[in-house]
Design a protein. Structure first.
Length: 271
């Protein structure tokens, strides 16, 4: 089986048209999943939620139930390099858990997670994708005539929407993009010896400033009327926030169209 791991239902919809005979599947942990056929074989698309905990726990469930031939983490990401444009694909050669490390008087130093060995704990600063999968993704992107880049992606439990911080992180990690799930899924897949790859489409360029967008997010336990009330008040006094939200949505829609085109090529033959 090939498993596509995405964060949101919107990202899952980019893959649905490719699944022959798609059916909803009930999985532990309240996971949302679709299962169907592609030329690559039996394919499952799981929307697991946003963030590293969601990605890691879901990956463990999926590896336990199916032992996939490939775990493909896909969806949208933010650019960390000024050469990347909205809609570009980022094929991750290496996934870095950028917010895992040590804080001391010298500042924050990344170490990666501690991996338990037979006698000691070792720290793994990054997870490398199999070169054959990276090359296959390159060929699929080229076949779909999509602008693509191969390189390092960082994973944080924060959506990084500040232009100056993005440029800093891009230089610090020599990374192309930032996501919120990739490295966590890769850590679990590595433990299960499941081949993994991350391919993301850029939804927002380095210059995008997301100040205020948190005001638009629905909150757990919040009544619908309360949410719409907040948004109405924001429309009266925060026109610039709504303009940013529309720009981000437009970028996400363009990114997901390109992601669907990529997946159509990537999954058109057996893996």
């Amino acid at each position: 089986m090939v498993v596509l791991l995405v964060a949101t239902p919107e990202e899952a919809r980019a893959a649905r048209p490719l699944l022959a005979g798609a059916e909803e599947v009930s999985l532990p942990g309240n996971l949302r999943a679709l299962r169907g056929g592609t030329a690559a074989g039996d394919t499952l698309v799981a929307a697991v939620g946003v963030g590293k905990v969601a990605a890691a726990s879901a990956t463990a469930v999926l590896c336990h139930l199916f032992t996939p031939r490939l775990l493909l983490v896909c969806g949208v990401a933010g650019a960390l390099d000024e050469t990347l444009e909205v809609g570009d694909l980022v094929i991750s050669t290496e996934l870095v858990p950028a917010d895992t490390g040590l804080i001391h008087s010298g500042g924050f130093k990344t170490t990666g997670p501690g991996i338990c060995g037979p006698r000691s704990t070792v720290f793994q600063p990054s997870f490398t994708s199999p070169p054959r999968l990276v090359e296959k993704a390159r060929l699929a992107s080229a076949s779909a005539r999509l602008k693509h880049h191969a390189g390092r992606t960082i994973t944080c439990d924060q959506a990084v929407l500040d232009p100056e911080l993005r440029l800093h992180l891009g230089r610090l990690f020599r990374a192309l993009a930032v996501d919120m799930e990739g490295a966590a899924a890769a850590q679990v897949a590595s433990a299960w010896r499941v081949p993994f790859l991350s391919v993301r489409a850029v939804s927002d360029a380095v210059s995008f400033d997301g100040a205020g967008l948190e005001e638009l997010l629905p909150r757990a336990g919040e009544k619908r009327w309360s949410m719409w009330g907040r948004r109405f008040l924001l429309s009266l006094r925060g026109a610039e926030v709504l303009a940013r939200a529309r720009l981000l949505r437009k970028g996400s829609e363009a990114a997901l169209r390109n992601l669907e085109s990529f997946l159509r090529e990537f999954l058109k033959e057996p893996l």
